[in-house]
Design a protein around this ligand. Structure first.
Ligand code: ADP
Ligand code: ZN
Length: 218
């Protein structure tokens, strides 16, 4: 069994969210996805949700202090024996440094950082036509990962909402990719220096990528 926590990193649309959910389902881990937590705050209409909504709509990051505070709160709710897979956090070097402290506070430590590498345009293809299951939140993409039956979730049979996320418009996607290069690329070097980083090819069928993740964690 994996002796510590896992971080999945990669540009928007690299498939890390899908793999984080599969890991959580397969092993009984908790998926801690900061993007999902922000969208949840938005739905509940909290002050944090309003601020995050403004940033997300522009493709910009939410300030580090706010993001780290939210992660601290969420971590405090997770039973000590339950493994956590971080999805979309840390995204900046200050967040990566803060994570060590956050984990130490609850008696945890980082085991591995898996970087999903996907070159250039496939990301735009993946993000285009993204649909989500209203019941289980599974994500499908028209071109690269269509559901077996149009409009129906493979996993649970739920209805697929055809609306992409508001930040999946082409202009905002390009901006998100730029922000990733500028603010998240340096996090890779940070983790390379710690020896925790493993790179995997994020391109290919979901189950093949799952197998690469499994190898990267062993
Ligand atoms: P993706 O990985 O496809 O960009 P996410 O759902 O992970 O999607 O993130 C959506 C948005 O939420 C980001 O563009 C950003 O505005 C915000 N966000 C998510 N995680 C973080 C983070 N760790 N730090 C700052 N902002 C974040
Ligand atoms: Zn579903």
């Amino acid at each position: 069994m994996v002796p510590g926590e896992t971080v999945l990193m990669g540009p928007p649309g690299s498939g890390k969210g899908t793999q984080a959910r599969l890991l959580a389902d397969a092993h009984g881990w908790v998926q801690l996805a900061t993007g999902d937590l922000f969208r949840d705050h938005q739905r509940r209409g909290t002050a944090l949700g309003r601020l995050a909504g403004e940033r997300m709509a522009k493709g910009a990051y939410v300030p580090d202090e706010i993001t780290v505070g939210m992660v601290r709160e969420r971590l405090a709710e997770i039973p000590p024996g339950t493994r956590v897979v971080f999805d979309g956090f840390p995204r900046t070097v200050p967040q990566a440094k803060a994570l060590d402290g956050l984990l130490a506070e609850c008696g945890r430590h980082l085991h591995r950082v898996v970087l999903f590498e996907v070159a250039g345009d496939p990301l735009l293809d993946r993000l285009a036509g993204r649909v989500t299951c209203a019941s289980c939140q599974a994500v499908y993409a028209a071109r690269v990962r269509p559901p077996r039956v149009a409009g129906v979730c493979d996993r649970c049979g739920g209805a697929l909402a055809s609306s992409a996320r508001p930040d999946d418009s082409p202009e905002v996607v390009l901006k998100r990719l730029d922000v990733y290069e500028e603010q998240t690329r340096p996090v890779i070097a940070h983790y390379e220096a710690t020896g925790l980083l493993r790179r995997i090819d994020g391109v290919g069928p979901v189950d093949e990528v799952t197998e690469r993740v499994r190898e990267a964690l062993s």
